[in-house]
Design a protein around this ligand. Sequence first.
Ligand code: E4P
Length: 213
Amino acid sequence: MKLFLDTANVASVADIASWGVLDGVTTNPSLVAKEGKDFKKTILEMCKHVPCVSAQVTATDAQGMIKQGKLYASWHKNVVVKVPMTVEGLKAVSYFSKKKIRTNVTLIFSVPQAILAAKAGASIISPFIGRLDDQGEDGMRLIEEIMDVWEYSGFDTEVLVASTRHPRHIVDAARLGAHICTIPVDLFKKLPNHALTDNGLKKFMEDWEKVSK
Ligand code: E4P
């Protein structure tokens, strides 16, 4: 399973990319607004670190999305055009698919939406599991159902588990065979840690000190 960072913070991308484990980045208009930096510069900086950077269109009609998406795709080969799951979005994705421009269909909350996005030719779909959990539904159940459908349908579209909130989401996504999981910075930075690793290393160092004097 590929690991993406869910952020518009370039320093965090550079930091985690330096670990050698990062496959891509997802941004969205809220994350970009939070950083308050120039959008194009942000995307181009991130493209230096990872081969796949999702940049979301903000137009709501297909023609507007196509215009924005073509511009984004012209910035760098690593840009993936992120399109919302609407009828207009499907029209835009279908256009991009014919032009071999990579797309990520965002804000997927149901299996029918996932199927439509795949049939329109999306390279990636992003089901948001944390937001379903937040309202008392089972987000991971959606991933399970999508992966079941994918097994029989033969779609090439990659399933990206989005809106992750805790390490269990990442474990379950991997066990279900999801292709990609995007992870917020704070959660990503927790993943290398375990109290037993810290304690074990402390003891190794103490014992080593005793004999190396
Ligand atoms: C994915 O591409 C989205 O940017 C993201 O995962 C949304 O997560 P949130 O529900 O924490 O905002």
